[in-house]
Structure formats: C-alpha cells, structure tokens
Design a protein around this ligand. Structure first.
Ligand code: ZN
Length: 341
C-alpha cells in the first residue's frame, strides 16, 4: 500500500584523486511514497562551514527592530475591532498582528517573545508555546468571523537570514487564504487520493510502516509522531504528525504542547549539528479533509554550503522543483533518534 521507490544511477569515471583509478559513484533518486515528488541523494561528502556569529548583527539591529518592545505596539498594524477588540492577539510574550505586506487575504505575523536574538539552542517548548497558542486564537477568530469560509491555513517560520528571514527577531507568518500554495494542495490532494484508493487514511498507516521499519522513525511526544522523510525536500526533512487532528481549529493546548516538545528536541539536535537556520511549515487541512488528513509540521535545516557563501538552493530547486541532499535520511535519523529518546 505504501511504497518506498528508489532508482540508482551509477557514473563511472577515471578518478584524478586516486591516480586515475576507475571509480563508481551512485546517485539515488527517491520518490516520496505519498506525493511522488523526487529527491536525489548524492554521493558527495561535504563539510559544512560553522554557522556565522550573529552577535554583532543582533546588537546592531536591536535598536531599530520593529518587533522589540515598545516598537511592536507602535509600528505594527492592528486588526479591526470586530476581528480582535484589543487590536492584536497576545499571550504571555507573544504578539500576533496583520502582515503589513500580505501574502493573502488572511496574512499575519507573530513573535514568540520580546527577546530579539534567540539562538537555536534556546528555542525550547516553553519559548514556543505562547506563540502557538496565539496562532490558535487567531485561527479560531477567523473561523468565528467567517465560519463558512475556505481557509488553507499554514504557520510558517524562516529562522534567521540564512533561511530567508529579513529580521533577526524570531517571528512566524500565517497564510490562510482561499487558494492553497502549490505544496499545500499537493499534500491534501495526494492524501485524499490515497484514501479514495485504499479506504484508509495514509498518515496513521505511514507512521505504522515507519515504526515497523524503524530506520527513519524518531519517536513520539504525546499525540505527535516524528519521522525523517524518505525523500526530503531539503538537506533533511523532519515530519511531525498530530494524531486524530486534521485542522488547526481542532488543536488543543495539549496537542500544541506535544508539538512544541518534539520541536525542542529537533532544535537541540540542529544546534548540536551547528546548522545555521531552518524553515518550518505547519499545514492544516480543511473541514472536508477530516477523514484522510492529519495536521503536520515539516522542518528543514538550512546552511550556507561553503566559505564563499554558496546557497544550497540552486537550479534544481528553483527551476526543476527537485531537491538534492548529501545526507542519507536513515543515517540522520539514527543520530537524531538519540535526541528524541
Ligand atoms: Zn527585536
């Protein structure tokens, strides 16, 4: 029912580093078992440069940061009173407000805390929780305001400039319009197609298969199962799937806390491996996806590949929509599993 397909492609050449010996190198082309999206696993050992020291940049930008207090309440937009009487959604140190330069009709920005620069190792479950609960408040407010509306809700985070952030201060963005993004659509459609074909939802079955195989499964934090993707869409892709929950509106404090607990472990591992940043996206389903879909978070670490600043996103990703990685998912999972133990 769930198949892990891989094609091997072998290159033979005379190797200048081995006195022109005949050498073979294997590229593995994998297909994601649900979406069929390809990833190439390269036989290309790399040594990643150390992460840049952002202390100076953090100090230089703190004085003008729009997300630091008191500016966060002075320069960020406010909601109309019928959406949010207080103007902005707040929980503890988290603040959520409209995106001044929106991506869609419902487009929000939020900070987790007033702290300007937070290194990877300090992105703990406690740090994340206020931000997540604020996102839940926003999702529920949207539902109250327009219960019949179609909203493809995603919570997205570019952590640090290497991952696309324009501001050091950690912040996430919510996009919840009536039109999905390309991948959001692929995810929900392939999940629905699997259900139509097999009359069982893909997600609990995928987790059961990964658990049984054991070489990519990471562990469970409460109601959330974690595994490394077979065909990652980055150097590594980690997927956390929430049990029996398809929509963000159905998330509870307990489920957010389980999700945050897993992310804390993941970020601790990223910090140990000295990754430079990450992209994170949480994809919600619609009401009509309840049977076949499970709400999930996907995280890919980001790095600069060389001392000259080589970007890991190149023509493969930009123009072929195909991912490359030099890290074998099973080897990564073996290391990462210790963080989840
Ligand atoms: Zn700041």
């Amino acid at each position: 029912m769930i198949e892990f397909v891989a094609e091997e492609s072998v290159t033979v050449f005379q190797d200048p580093t081995k006195n022109w010996e005949i050498t073979r190198r294997t590229t593995q082309i994998r297909k994601d078992p649900l979406t069929g999206i390809r990833t190439r696993i390269l036989d290309y050992p790399v040594r990643l440069p150390d992460p840049p020291d952002l202390t100076d940049l953090a100090n230089q930008t703190a004085g003008t940061c729009p997300f630091c207090p008191p500016r966060v309440t002075e320069v960020t937009p406010k909601y109309l009173p019928e959406v949010c009487p207080e103007g902005r959604f707040r929980r503890g140190g988290a603040v959520l407000f409209p995106n001044m330069f929106p991506y869609d009709e419902n487009s929000a920005v939020a900070i987790f805390s007033p702290e300007h620069y937070v290194p990877l190792s300090r992105l703990t479950a406690g740090y994340l929780m206020d931000g997540f609960l604020t996102a839940q408040d926003y999702a529920r407010a949207l539902e109250r305001a327009n219960p019949e509306g179609t909203r493809y809700f995603s919570l997205n985070w570019n952590y640090l400039p290497v991952a696309g952030a324009s501001i050091i201060h950690p912040h996430y963005q919510i996009v919840a319009g009536h039109e999905p993004t390309n991948f959001h659509e692929i995810l929900l459609r392939s999940s629905a197609r699997f259900y139509e074909a097999h009359r069982v939802p893909y997600w609990p079955n995928w987790i059961a298969v990964e658990k049984e195989k054991g070489d990519r499964y990471l562990g469970r934090t409460g109601t959330v199962d974690w595994a490394v993707a077979y065909a990652p869409r980055g150097l590594i892709e980690v997927i956390g799937v929430v049990e029996d929950c398809a929509r963000v509106e159905d998330m509870t404090e307990e489920r957010w806390s389980d999700l945050a607990a897993g992310l804390e472990r993941l970020f601790r591992y990223f910090a140990e491996k000295r990754f430079h940043g990450f992209n994170l996206a949480l994809f919600s389903g619609l009401e009509s996806d309840r049977e076949h879909y499970r709400l999930q978070v996907r995280v890919v670490p980001r790095v600069i590949l060389s001392a000259i600043g080589t970007n890991e996103v190149n023509y493969f990703k930009m123009l072929h929509e195909e991912c490359l990685t030099m890290m074998r998912p099973e080897e990564t999972a073996a290391e990462m599993r210790r963080a989840f133990a």
